[in-house]
Ligand binder design. Sequence first.
Ligand code: ADP
Ligand code: 5GP
Length: 211
Amino acid sequence: MKKGCLIVVSGPSGAGKGTVCGDFLRAHPEISYSISATTRAPRDKETDGVEYYFLERSEFERMIRDGELLEWAEVYGNYYGTPLKKIEERLSQGQDILLEIDTQGALNVMKRFPDGVFVFILPPSLSELEKRLRGRGTDTDEVIARRLSAAAGEIAVAKEYTYTVVNDSVEDAVRTLSAIVAAEHARTSNNLDTIDGIIRNKSGISEGKEA
Ligand code: ADP
Ligand code: 5GP
């Protein structure tokens, strides 16, 4: 069976990853989202098992020890990590799966899944990034300052990614992400079985027509 695509999305906090990925996933219900584990506290309206699995540090550290995470990183003082089992199951069932993770985690996933598609969401500028972080209204001034000071360093890592998408308009960014995934499905290395299948069936098809 054709394996699914592993789609990894990163970008600085406030670039619009959540907004773009949310609209993209609503437009592509066949693509599943990898729910990360985290030790950070839920924000308003966040539900355990929907946006994240919210865990105690001790439980997260147990998952690290038991090799249950594909990758993990400490981001702004909290642990975040990707449960491995569901990723493996879905990819082997031919399902695409999208991970929204930070750059440290993505660099580790690149080593384990070099065939993944790595997409970096860029803000149009750092001043627009600040505007979006403030406009979101979910973080204190101190948290926003920390996220802004990390942004330039994170953006430098964009050069390691397969694709970069500037999130100027959400609609355009979603359209570009959809095009990237469509191109990934058309990649020759993802279609070797299809090619071989057509070659193998060549005589069968022509015999059928002649009969
Ligand atoms: P991230 O997940 O990268 O931290 P969010 O998706 O939470 O970012 O977006 C940060 C803020 O910017 C939100 O208030 C969101 O509504 C807004 N936003 C996202 N994309 C755009 C865009 N293209 N233009 C203007 N505002 C945007
Ligand atoms: P937030 O707290 O705003 O939801 O996320 C903070 C950062 O953690 C974002 O950059 C987000 O991409 C990252 N993140 C979320 N889940 C994971 C994960 O499973 N692994 C890693 N490495 N980073 C994650």
